[in-house]
Ligand binder design. Structure first.
Ligand code: AVI
Length: 323
């Protein structure tokens, strides 16, 4: 008998579809000095799996710390956000973090937004039968340049959920643009708010280890960006010729990840060739860390007037609900 169960979710593809434009932007980033690769290129299927493994590493504390805050304060946070709303999961990935919230906030709609299409599709197929009363929508989008969901949201209040300290992967100006755009969407739907996880500033030893773990999973995650670019755009990066660097830059208040060329080498980027000197780095990610007051100030600057905060016992990780 064929499986006749109704599909209870839909996927909206808001990815650019402009492969040539994307490729040109990647090549321009690689030819710049210093060279860079946008962190979105971490998240092909293998990169998503590696990120899942990172979240389980003993050194990588943010995920388990945030989960512990959510567990401990579940009812108070659910009370702050309210029930029966639209629950908008930004950077949803495998949707596991949001899944734990659904029974407590009983949303009318769940909207999962992520650049990794196969990942959200798999997650919604898994979740839809568990929550038949919730309308489920997956949106494939890179929301670094804005949140393309105005026509998907309806007029009901929305909880914008941005966990995992992903806000740290934006520069401060980009983070402000993002917070203002969420605030603007929230204002148009009274009763809405932003539930966000933010990693705090802490000692260099802890941060260095969190982004350069003993098993080398973060190194694999970083180098996989090269593998992804090779398969997506036909480049010929030799993965063994680049080494992972991940460390806390205290002056900038951010963890930086780079790929460092082990020797002088040439890489073919289609019809152009990029020469790398020994020791030259490709900057692949920033992960900004914030003091609680610093981030609260940004939320106020973005227009949020009411801010609740929950912290880990060591005050090293924060969850805010801003409305
Ligand atoms: C997704 N993001 C919040 C992670 C972070 O901590 O900046 C990505 C990551 N990079 C290395 N490890 C984890």
């Amino acid at each position: 008998m064929p499986d006749t169960k109704t599909v209870q979710y839909r996927i909206v593809d808001r990815s650019s579809g402009d492969d040539a434009g994307e490729r040109a932007a990647v090549v321009a980033g690689l030819f710049a000095s210093p060279a860079s690769i946008a962190p979105k290129y971490f998240y092909d299927p293998l990169g998503c799996a590696l990120y899942g493994a990172i979240c389980q590493l003993p050194e990588y504390y943010p995920t388990r710390t945030e989960v512990a805050i959510f567990r401990e304060h579940r009812l108070a946070i659910a009370q702050a956000t309210g029930m029966g709303r639209q629950f908008v999961d930004l950077g949803a990935g495998d949707c596991c973090k949001a899944e734990a919230w659904l029974p407590f906030v009983s949303p009318a709609r769940y909207i999962a937004v992520d650049i990794a299409g196969p990942e959200i599709e798999r997650a919604l197929a898994r979740m839809a039968p568990e929550f038949p009363e919730v309308e489920m929508i997956g949106v494939i989008a890179d929301f670094g340049g804005g949140l393309p969901i105005d026509d998907i949201l309806d007029e009901r209040p929305a909880t914008f959920f941005y966990p995992g300290s992903s806000i740290g992967n934006f520069t401060r100006p980009q983070a402000m643009v993002f917070l203002k755009s969420v605030h603007e969407k929230a204002t148009r739907r009274p009763g809405s708010g932003l539930l966000i996880g933010v990693d705090g500033k802490k000692g260099k030893r802890i941060l260095d280890a969190a982004y350069d773990d003993a098993l080398g999973v973060t190194a694999a995650f970083n180098r996989n960006a090269l593998l992804h670019l090779n398969s997506r755009f036909g480049f010929d990066f030799d993965l063994e010729a680049f080494v992972h660097r991940g460390f806390y830059n205290e002056a900038e208040g951010r963890v930086e990840m780079h790929l460092e060329s082990l020797r002088e080498q040439s890489v073919k980027l289609g019809d152009r060739t990029r020469r790398f000197a020994a020791g030259e780095r490709i900057h692949t990610e920033n992960s900004y860390k914030y003091r609680a007051e610093e981030f609260e100030k940004m939320l106020r600057e973005a227009g949020f007037a009411s801010i609740a905060r929950w912290a880990s016992p060591d005050e090293g990780y924060f969850v805010f609900y801003a409305s």
